[in-house]
Write a new protein. Structure first.
Length: 343
């Protein structure tokens, strides 16, 4: 095994922090750049508690190319994992320019500085959203870019194109584009997890806040879809499995640009997820049915074969594990990452 010196952008965020833990536990050295706009420095302390190694954190926006250049000049990175970016689907519809500018400019800034310092390996945080209205299950050879319903999804698709073009222009580059399905769950230690600001947009953090009494009831968006129980079906993936997928991608980089689905290949409906959460945690989840949410697809899940063959990676954790670990995180950190040192 060759241990690498890795820059993780967005490494204090939800998926980033879990990936940093797995990288450190695999023996790699990690430096984080994160502007802390939707994440907390406390997550970095917690990474230190879990692994015994606290990674260095540089708190600035990647669009600040000259600061990024300084970080590259003083570290000799072997590879970059790029998570940093805005990710709220609904907000992206209201603030499209903010999303296009932030997500695309930060990636261009990163690519420019990587080229200057001859860093050729990159793992990028993409999304199953790039498949838009493609037939299910989504495989890496499915068409992409059609029927993407929001600017956030468009930025993932556009950045993928930028990376493919960059890879075509320089055959020495080694890029892996990871298309996540629905990441949920938390580290089994209960020390790191998802800490949404304000009202959660996504299902699992909302369910967790209903369970803890922070919110009264869950609205299930639509019960008249053409699915067995009428609610939408998604491919949920435990964030620790997802994090391990990044380590596998990093350790299997080759010249060229490769796309990989990181999902389980199994679909779970909203009602099934809520039912499992209740039975695993013993918490009641009051819910009612509401109107469909605009832009939601009835059903999608991964064809995960390519990652299994090329990366020797597949999901190991179940929906029960996802619910149990989410609840451990939520119940031991009811207000997310709060600094108790002042109280
Ligand atoms: N849902 C509810 N009530 C809620 C929240 C969600 O019923 O309060 C339902 C949604 O309607 C959907 C399912 O739960 O049917 C999952 O919704 P999420 O918001 O958790 O996840 P999405 O599948 O909509 O979004 C995810 C990622 C996005 C990504 C998108 C497409 O969060 O980043 O998949 O790949 F763009």
């Amino acid at each position: 095994m060759i241990y690498m010196n890795i820059l993780v952008t967005g490494g204090a965020g939800y998926i980033g922090s879990h990936t940093v833990v797995e990288l450190i536990e695999s023996g790699h050295n990690v430096t984080i750049v994160d502007d802390l706009s939707n994440s907390s420095e406390i997550a970095v302390d917690r990474i230190g508690q879990i692994t015994g190694v606290k990674p260095s954190l540089f708190a600035f926006d990647l669009q600040d190319t000259s600061r990024l250049d300084e970080v590259f000049a003083s570290n000799s990175f072997d590879a970059v994992i790029h998570f940093a970016g805005l990710k709220a689907v609904g907000e992206s519809v209201v603030k499209p320019l903010l999303y296009y500018k932030t997500n695309i400019d930060s990636t261009l800034s990163l690519l420019e500085v990587m080229a200057k310092h001859n860093v050729r390996k990159l793992v990028f945080s993409s999304s199953a959203t790039v498949y838009g209205s493609a037939p299910i299950p989504y495989s890496e050879s499915s068409p992409i870019g059609q029927g993407i319903t929001n600017p956030y999804g468009q930025t993932k698709y556009m950045i993928e194109q930028i990376l493919r073009d960059t890879g075509t222009a320089d055959s020495q580059l080694e890029f892996s584009l990871l298309r996540y399905f629905n990441p949920v769950g938390a580290h089994p230690s209960g020390l790191i997890g998802e800490d949404p600001r304000g009202v959660p947009n996504n299902l699992m953090p909302f369910v967790a806040q209903v369970a803890s009494g922070k919110r009264k009831e869950l609205s299930i968006f639509g019960n008249d879809y053409n699915t067995p129980d009428g609610t939408c079906i998604r491919d949920y993936i435990h964030v620790v499995d997802l994090a391990k997928g990044h380590v596998a991608a990093l350790q299997n980089l080759n010249p060229g640009v490769n796309e990989y689905n990181l999902g389980s290949g199994r679909g779970t409906s909203v009602l099934e997820l809520v039912g499992t959460f209740s039975s695993v945690t013993g918490q009641e989840i009051p819910y009612s049915f509401a109107e469909r949410r605009p832009g939601d697809l009835p059903e999608f899940y991964a064809d995960p074969k390519k990652a299994k063959i090329d990366l020797s990676w597949k999901t190991e954790l179940s929906i029960d594990d996802m619910c149990r670990d989410t609840w451990r995180w939520q119940s031991s950190n009811p207000n997310g990452y709060v600094d108790n040192s002042m109280s």
